[in-house]
Design a protein around this ligand. Structure first.
Ligand code: NZQ
Ligand code: ZN
Length: 388
């Protein structure tokens, strides 16, 4: 295995009722707490009231930061920064999906930054030489794993760039993960989130080193678990077992654990982030559209790994099949699963109407150094066209 350093300082409280049980004691050291949330789901499903009541009972000053949109923008981050500075916020609670949690972490970082936060921390990977405002996360979707990592994926509207780096200093202090909070996520969003977790694992698994290593074996177990529990949650959205598995799968897929010692590809993520920057499409949905086509482009660069994926993740029998046939069968199984789950399969379904846009988007994609092969903008454009 390759060398690595591992740290994840987020303390996790997992299970039904965890917010009621632990939130008061987790905010005991701060007088002023920011409640960061999205565009209304937490008010409709009662989570906002539950959290607000706990904070009021504990006598906290509350600074509200509502209206965080999916694919949060840098403009929205700077709105939060102004509120955090004016209100002298001592802790930021992100109550929502990946977009809310990312925006909360971005505000925590940018509020403490003296220079241009975008230039220092998003345009390139920077060094954080101060302590960002502490954050705590209450995820209401399963998918991104944002509750247990230091990444804040933000869109710069004017520059048309969507990006984010995992800064350990931005890891939340705690995550309160109640699977019941995800019950109200609509089916389309639930399968998109779960597919995002699956894609984090695939983008890690399909990268070097490929000789036997524990990360790949963990990855296979996690992929099988996500596939099984997605099916169960589609069947019964209030299935606590399925929802709790998906919520923890989401954390494990993006809390740095399975990435240890792996190069990590994330080419599909880099492509999807730029599609999102230009068109505001949903992240998990974009991942579902791109993956089969991307893998048909690269599977010959590591036939043995794609064959292993077919056998160990999709349960395809190797008997009588060449490595090439097996590898293709694995990608076909992935594609069939995407259709089965009702996920989108074309860019048009994501609302992208103008094929002429695709070249500019392809040209704007960053190159992924961890992939099996260097994919250049010309090939990215081919992939986009195949997916259109
Ligand atoms: O805004 P509200 O009203 O809250 O509605 C949201 C939103 O419309 C809704 N929703 C959230 N929880 C709900 C709910 N609806 C009903 N019941 C609930 N319990 O779902 C919609 C989508 O929410 P969003 O947060 O955008 O989805 P997701 O969790 O998939 O997050 C996606 C964002 O995370 C980034 C993505 O790029 C995207 O911006 N990512 C963050 C990562 C990280 N920090 O590590 C890694 C990922 O690869 C990803 O890039
Ligand atoms: Zn993702």
């Amino acid at each position: 295995m390759n060398n690595f350093i591992y740290e994840n300082k987020t303390k996790v409280y997992f299970g039904q009722g965890c917010v009621k049980e632990f939130l008061t004691c987790l905010v005991k050291d701060c007088d002023t707490v920011m409640m960061a949330y999205g565009q209304g789901s937490v008010k409709r499903n009662g989570i906002y009231d539950e959290v607000l009541n706990i904070l009021m009972k504990a006598g906290k000053n509350i600074v509200e930061f509502p209206g965080i949109m999916p694919n949060p923008t840098y403009g929205k981050v700077m709105e939060g920064v102004r509120l955090a500075r004016e209100g002298q916020v001592q802790m930021i609670l992100g109550i929502g999906g990946g977009s809310v949690m990312d925006c909360a972490k971005a505000v925590a970082l940018a509020a403490g930054c003296r220079g241009d936060a975008w230039e220092n921390y998003w345009a390139r990977k920077g060094i954080i030489d101060f302590d960002p405002i502490p954050t705590g996360m209450i995820p209401t979707t399963a998918g991104t794993g944002s509750e247990c990592n230091g990444a804040a994926v933000i869109t710069h509207e004017k520059r048309k760039i969507k990006t984010g780096y995992d800064y350990p200093k931005c890891s939340p202090r705690f995550a309160l993960m109640d699977p019941v909070y995800t019950f109200s996520v609509p089916k389309e969003q639930m399968v998109a989130g779960a597919f995002d977790s699956l894609s984090h694992i695939m983008e890690t698994y399909f990268s070097e080193p490929d000789e036997q290593n524990v990360s790949d074996e963990l990855a296979e177990a996690l992929m099988r678990n996500i596939i099984r529990n997605m099916r169960m949650a589609v069947e019964n959205p209030r299935d606590y077992t399925a929802r709790s598995n998906l919520l923890w799968d989401s954390t494990l897929s993006e809390n740095r654990l399975i990435k240890l010692g792996k190069k990590c590809d994330f080419a599909c993520h880099l492509m999807e982030h730029q599609l999102g920057a230009y068109t505001d499409c949903g992240h998990g949905q974009g991942m579902a559209v791109l993956h089969p086509s991307y893998y048909r482009h690269i599977y010959r660069d590591r036939l043995s790994k794609f064959a292993r994926f077919a056998v160990n993740v999709w349960g395809i029998s190797p008997e009588g099949k060449s490595q090439e046939e097996l590898a293709r069968a694995g990608i076909d199984a992935l594609e069939a699963f995407i259709r089965d789950m009702g996920l989108p399969t074309t860019l048009r379904q994501l609302g992208i109407k103008d094929q002429k846009q695709l070249k500019s988007i392809a040209d704007s994609c960053r190159f992924s150094p961890g992939g099996y092969r260097k994919i250049l903008p010309g090939e990215i454009l081919e992939i986009f066209k195949e997916c259109f």
